[in-house]
Design a protein. Sequence first.
Length: 324
Amino acid sequence: MTDGDGPAAGNPPALRIATRDSPLAMWQANHVADLLRNAHPDLTVELVEVKTTGDRNRVDPLPAMAEQSGGIGLFTKEVQRAVLDGRADLAVHSLKDLPTGPVDGLTLAAVPERASRWDALVLPADAVSNGATGSLDDLPSGATVGTGSPRRRAQLLRLRPDLLFAEARGNVGTRLEKLDAGEFHALILAEAGLDRLGLSSRISKRLESETLPAVGQGALGIECRTGDPAVALLALLNHPVARAEVDAERACLNRLGAGCHAPVGVRARIVPLDGGGGEISLTAALLSLDGETVLQANATGPDAHAVGVAVAESLLEQGGAALL
Ligand SMILES: NCc1[nH]cc(CCC(=O)O)c1CC(=O)O
């Protein structure tokens, strides 16, 4: 924290949140700012916009980027650097995009309540006004689906081996423009992102049975410097259920040695125990890119990290390394 252009003497200094400048990232940072102001009414909260390598390269096709970016945090690294450099106090990330390995000097201090974790099928606006419905079965044979995600592609291919895929780069708005311009028959996006941007009405179908979501999808992660006073301020924003879920999911991905582009779908949940409290249960699927091979594992226990590691080790025992 600094005393920058903070309020009158005696008030606490401003807390600065580093964020990318995409509409979704800005919504998420403003959301965290509101949560902080509600939890700590005396606090002054400011946003610090950071340009990331991922954002700068967004307009170029960069075919190598998708592969290279697996797990290296193209969209998160420079936001983290702003906090490490002291230009900001907090970093707000889509947890889905945040690599699972620890970063020296930073602590994941809070995971707020999770939004929808599901993928959503979106159809072109004109198709919907002509009566198209959003079942996967209703897509024409050989339809092109906009998604660069190996996880989404592999799971959809299991259900519809005839589907073709196209990259859908750029922020949510750009992807929807490409869809409406006729570049694909359908687009897959995270429901959480559409909801946050006020675009829920574009969702034709929530894919609850078709695709297992990505690790951390729908959840936000708030980092600060290890040992900073902000750790205590953030404690009130942490949602223990969301935290346990994403801890299990992230431990699994980390033990697999995989990043956010791995063909891995997960579902963590709390299983209530008779005497009160609960245990964490994690199911994960690891797929071949063509969807023909699926390995699945599940574990349940009191410790989120241990459950995640157990699921990963079961997938590796089944030969999962060959799919990564
Ligand atoms: N990789 C991009 C990304 N990172 C987070 C979200 C959506 C919000 C979330 O999952 O929390 C998206 C867009 C998408 O997958 O449609």
